[in-house]
Design a protein around this ligand. Structure first.
Ligand code: FRU
Length: 491
């Protein structure tokens, strides 16, 4: 009853801002975002009774991180999302300061959410906290009841395991048993992942430290996710505090994966090197699910902790990336926007076989809620690319440059408008001189899929309304083999 009241209050708090937020110029048109106020990590991403459900870390009372609820949206097609009342509100003794991140699983026709109950035990949020794992259950996938057995995991195991930083359960079923991975750190502040198993979701047995970081691998691993892709085991996690190395790891925190094999009996993952899932600025805490078509789909928070978020002044903050289908080729994951996104396309414009040098803009190629599909043949070119969200008068632009001599692709948001600037670079090998960019621009975001999913770069940008022009540039003659553009409908 009290829980219901909290949920109603939360729903009301965002509803009063709904209209104003919906109209705002930076409000995304086809990405999941809260009706108003705050969103971070995706949680409980699943398919239940014919619909996709996505929950998220949500503070309904202000556009900033504070006491965490689970916001909730659902969809039949991963494109059109319906907002629902929050699924979880903090309030029990074991979760009174927040229902932190977690995941979902179906059992006996019911949907279970497994999450971290967070309680602050003092003022120092880094050290004075108590985290436990808890469950809530629902028959309809909309209203949830916390279990009377909660918390189902009451404390971190003994050993070289930090007693307090113990969170973000990702649950799955394997050979008739349930398993959970949890984010953790050692007593010496290095990241690791713990594995548990259970027969019934309620009684859990600690199996082992599944994987741990060595070298420059962060002080804490958040939001682990373990799954099989193409007969290999993949552990996705979000290490906090990896230090920059060359062009890598310039964000405050990272999100990536290792590939290997799991010994389920011993609870050990033998794995290869850490690789990023996204090379841009704003990608964190990805979570995956497998859908009825057998696709492994990832969605992530399209922001970064401690990064400036200019929409906070307008009553809303935080968004999700596009849902991305993961594909394993060799020992590398390729990311593709799910095909359903094409449903949003309208007003196709195509240009083909244009040779140019210097700078060019093409008829009908502009916009701030669009998809671009660009194939460039970059013979000998040392610097070429595309400027997005350009307003010459305001001096605004977001620039993607390929440096052929160095084999580097760069995303530059220093002149993007308000908000954080910076440059991100990735190494790229072209085949037959072809550079392919599939770019999704949405009001205050850009996602660049490079060479058919080999790399992705994601950024939040906050340009003015007039910044809608697009220009191609090259310091040597190159060919635009094809450029397609679609306006994308508001979903
Ligand atoms: C990751 C994270 C999780 C935690 C949640 C709290 O971004 O820090 O580890 O459960 O956010 O909102």
């Amino acid at each position: 009853m009290i829980e219901k009241q909290r949920i109603n209050e939360a729903e009301k708090a965002v509803k009063v801002l709904q209209e104003e937020v919906y109209q705002h110029e930076w409000r995304l048109h086809y990405h999941v975002a809260p009706v108003a106020n705050w969103m971070n990590d995706p949680n409980g991403f699943c398919y239940f009774k014919g619909e996709y459900h996505l929950f998220y870390q949500h503070h309904p009372f202000a556009p900033k991180w504070d006491s965490m609820y689970w916001g909730h949206v659902k969809s039949k097609d991963l494109v059109n999302w319906e907002h629902l009342p929050p699924a979880l509100a903090p309030g029990e003794a074991y979760d009174k300061d927040g229902c932190f991140s977690g995941s979902a699983i179906e059992k006996d026709d019911k949907l279970y959410l497994m999450y971290t109950g967070n309680v602050w035990t003092g003022e120092n949020y880094d050290e004075e906290l108590k985290q436990v794992q808890a469950l809530a259950v629902s028959e309809d996938g909309i209203s949830f009841e916390k279990l009377s057995e909660n918390p189902v995991i009451t404390e971190a195991p003994k050993g070289d395991i930090h007693p307090f930083h113990f969170r973000d359960p990702k649950v799955w079923k394997h050979d008739n048993l349930y398993y959970v991975v949890l984010g953790s750190k050692t007593l010496q502040n290095t990241g690791q992942v713990l594995m548990y198993r259970s027969k019934d979701l309620i009684h859990w047995e600690f199996v082992n430290i599944l994987a741990k970081g060595e070298g420059n691998f962060g002080y804490m691993w958040e939001c682990p996710d373990l799954f099989t892709l193409n007969n290999k085991e993949v552990l996705v996690m979000s290490p906090q505090g990896v230090k920059p190395e060359g062009n890598l790891y310039h964000n405050l925190h990272q999100a990536g994966y290792v590939i290997g094999d799991v010994d389920y009996e011993k609870g050990i993952l033998s794995h290869g090197d850490f690789q990023l899932l996204d090379y841009g600025f704003d990608y964190y805490a990805p979570q995956t699910m497998i859908d009825p078509e057998g696709r492994r789909i990832a969605i992530a928070w399209m922001d970064m902790w401690e990064s400036e978020m200019p929409t906070q002044a307008h009553g809303y903050t935080g968004a999700m990336t596009l849902p991305r289908e993961l594909e394993l080729r060799g020992d590398k994951i390729y990311c593709h926007p799910v095909k359903e996104i094409e449903k949003l396309r309208q007003a196709e414009v195509i240009h083909e076989q244009i040779t140019f040098s210097g700078e060019t803009s093409l008829e009908g190629i502009a916009g701030d809620s669009i998809e671009l599909d660009l194939s460039l043949r970059v013979h000998h070119s040392s610097a070429c690319g595309i400027r997005l969200r350009v307003d010459e008068d305001a001096g605004e632009e977001t620039v993607i440059t390929y440096y052929g001599d160095k084999g580097i692709l760069e995303l530059d948001r220093n002149e993007s408008g308000k908000g954080p600037g910076g440059v991100r670079k990735t190494h790229l090998q072209l085949q037959d001189h072809m550079l392919h960019l599939r770019i999704f621009i949405d009001k205050s975001s850009v996602e660049v899929f490079v060479n058919h999913g080999e790399q992705v770069l994601t950024a939040r940008i906050y340009p003015g309304k007039k910044s809608t022009n697009i220009r191609l540039f090259s310091d040597e003659e190159i060919e635009i083999v094809q450029l397609k553009k679609w306006d994308l409908k508001r979903s």
